[in-house]
Design a binder for this molecule. Structure first.
Ligand code: PMP
Length: 365
């Protein structure tokens, strides 16, 4: 059939994104940087209490969630927008500020959805690469790449998958360098590093910060994100936002989640200790990895990467192959101490070089 319906050229050009998300429940899920034990029991209890047939019958009302989340972030409600995950916030920024043919800067490697939505919007993408070897933040290269043609810049802080963190004065420098571009600081892993660009929003009029309930809060299935910026920016972004993109379960769950700060605090503490356990275990096996400010480590497995990932998967342990972006690298989500011990036990059984003394390569960062 040669009379096939033609999509937009941008859709024709872009590569499809197919995440390997099937049959993951019940396995040791170290592949998506999720919370590996799940959300607070208080979230489930609140949903049970609030859910009834009428609540589901009514189009979602966000008043209570907006008020409580704005108070949680310490901002007026006009400076907060609820989104269907960070992913929708990224798309909203593209739709609000980037026309087809406009320039968008993304760092590589980073979270795939920046490129996805930029490509979908027909943007011209300019890549800036994390420094080879150390994976340090390429500030000079980024400043050099940005110009008055740049309409959007996406920074994941800390960055997925490298774990690289960037300091606030650097974020401010970047935002000030391109006053005509929307600069998003994606703080999906904020809870694990404690550094936020929120205090810069007053000073940098082109800055946006996103947060998510998908990671530390254990609610990836709910799809709830928050986009924060000054009220004038969010008034424009709000025009682009479809009115009911966040479902009522997510809006309810978020209220309970932020009330139970102790749960997330304890989980983060456990993960940070488990990151040490994992680091020590890898060092003892002579496997190099990159230090990370998030709940994941990028591990250098060299030529063995694909084989190790496949063997781990056969043993019920899921990790993410990042070899396409950084040769021989596998990304492992940090869970609880017990889960990291389990991961190391399985790795010791299958790691091809485990019995070789003196194979330790120096750590990269
Ligand atoms: N930002 C970053 C940097 C991520 O790594 C991820 C998930 N892997 C997301 C955003 C996705 O967030 P959400 O589930 O809120 O869409």
């Amino acid at each position: 059939m040669d009379d096939i319906l033609k999509p937009r050229p941008a859709v024709e050009r872009m590569t499809a994104y197919a995440p390997p998300t099937a049959g993951r429940a019940g396995k040791l899920r170290l592949d998506f940087n999720e919370n590996t034990v799940g959300c607070a029991p208080a979230v489930l209890a609140f949903l049970h209490e609030k859910l009834d047939a009428e609540t589901l019958a009514i189009y979602p009302e966000y008043g209570a969630a907006r008020a409580e989340l704005a108070a949680h972030f310490g901002v007026p409600q006009s400076e907060l927008l609820l989104s269907n995950g960070t992913d929708e916030a990224i798309q909203l920024l593209i739709n609000t500020y980037v026309d087809a043919g406009d320039e968008v800067i993304i760092l590589e490697p980073s979270y795939a959805m920046y490129r996805f939505y930029a490509e979908l919007g027909g943007a011209r993408i300019r890549e800036v690469h994390y420094r080879a070897g150390t994976l340090a933040f390429p500030l000079d290269e980024l400043l050099e790449a940005m110009s008055d043609r740049t309409r959007a810049v996406f920074i994941s802080n800390p960055n997925n998958p490298t774990g690289t963190a960037v300091a606030l004065d650097v974020v401010e420098q970047i935002a000030r360098h391109v006053p005509s571009a929307a600069v998003l600081v994606d703080e999906a892993y904020y809870e694990f590093c404690g550094v936020t660009a929120l205090p810069l929003l007053d000073r940098c009029r082109n800055l946006f910060v996103s947060r998510t309930f998908s990671k530390a809060y254990g609610m990836a299935g709910m799809r709830l994100g928050c986009l924060l910026s000054n009220d004038r920016n969010l008034a424009f972004v709000g025009k682009v936002h479809s009115p009911y993109s966040v479902n009522i379960l997510a809006a309810l769950a978020a209220r309970a989640a932020i009330r139970d700060a102790g749960y997330v605090g304890r989980y983060v503490k456990e993960v940070l200790a488990a990151r040490e356990t994992l680091s020590h275990g890898l060092k003892a096996m002579g496997i190099p990895f990159h230090n990370s400010a998030g709940n994941f480590l990028l591990i250098e497995m060299g030529d063995d990467a694909v084989g190790v990932r496949t063997a781990l998967s056969a043993a019920g342990v899921l990790v993410r192959d990042r070899g396409r972006e950084i040769k021989g690298c596998v990304r492992v989500t940090v869970g609880t101490q017990e889960q990291m011990e389990r991961f190391l036990d399985v790795l010791r059984m299958i790691w091809p070089k485990a019995d070789q003394e003196g194979t330790e390569r120096p750590l990269q960062s």
